[in-house]
Design a protein around this ligand. Structure first.
Ligand SMILES: [Zn+2]
Length: 220
């Protein structure tokens, strides 16, 4: 009897451990997945190589694959609707903002002057580097919606999909939280730490509920 109880205890605790590990992998049925079509604008710049986005279609697809690994736990899928080149606007403004280390994001909105706001898609503007070297920005009511740089302050090309997944979170109405670093919506400055830990990045339960509501409101 004692042995049986002992075995049961082991069995139960093993079960427990498993359920803790898989809490994050909330599985949504295919029918429950919300798809968000994304029009990807790749910025081409003449005057500033910092602004020019050198990213191939394959690289963009790979970035989205990882973004979708992160967002799977919320049953949300970001789908590339199309990839188009976009000639940068207001390049001089961008160059000046970099020089004076302006923290404001407005200049990035002016750089990505998408001619006509497309309904039914999330407009993503991909640039080389942000004017203030940040990891991206999501504009609430003005075009384009999300601006994401392929490189951060060191000028290398980390192509960190976690920063894009984070900005998509803002787009879906999520503010920063004060959870541990591995949470996607933890405040700025931590996204680089989440690079290559894509399987373990987490959203909170309430963030999942909120993001799904927004996805349905905007796209369904
Ligand atoms: Zn943020």
């Amino acid at each position: 009897m004692r042995i049986l109880i002992f075995l049961l205890t082991i069995l139960l605790s093993a079960n427990n451990a498993q359920s803790i590990e898989t809490t994050n992998l909330k599985i949504f049925a295919n029918d429950d997945f919300k798809t968000i079509p994304v029009r990807v604008y790749i910025v081409k710049a003449d005057k500033s190589h910092n602004l020019n986005a050198e990213i191939s279609h394959n690289e963009a697809v790979n970035v989205f694959n990882i973004v979708n690994i992160i967002w799977r736990q919320a049953g949300i899928h970001f789908e590339i609707e199309s990839i188009v080149n976009l000639q940068a606007s207001n390049e001089d403004q961008y160059i000046a903002a970099r020089k004076r280390k302006d923290r404001k994001m407005k200049v990035m909105r002016d750089v990505c002057d998408i001619p006509k706001q497309s309904k039914g898609v999330l407009n993503l503007c991909v640039v080389g580097q942000m004017s203030n070297n940040s990891g991206g920005v999501s504009f609430k009511s003005t075009k384009p919606k999300v601006v994401w740089p392929i490189a951060l302050r060191n000028g290398k090309k980390p192509l960190n999909p976690a920063t894009l997944a984070h900005e998509f979170g803002h787009f879906l109405g999520l503010p920063h939280n004060t959870e541990k670093d591995i949470f996607l919506m933890r405040g700025s400055g931590n996204n680089m730490l989440r690079n290559k830990q894509f399987n373990t990045i987490q959203l909170t339960e309430s963030e999942i509920v909120k993001a799904r509501k927004m996805a349905i409101k905007l796209f369904h």
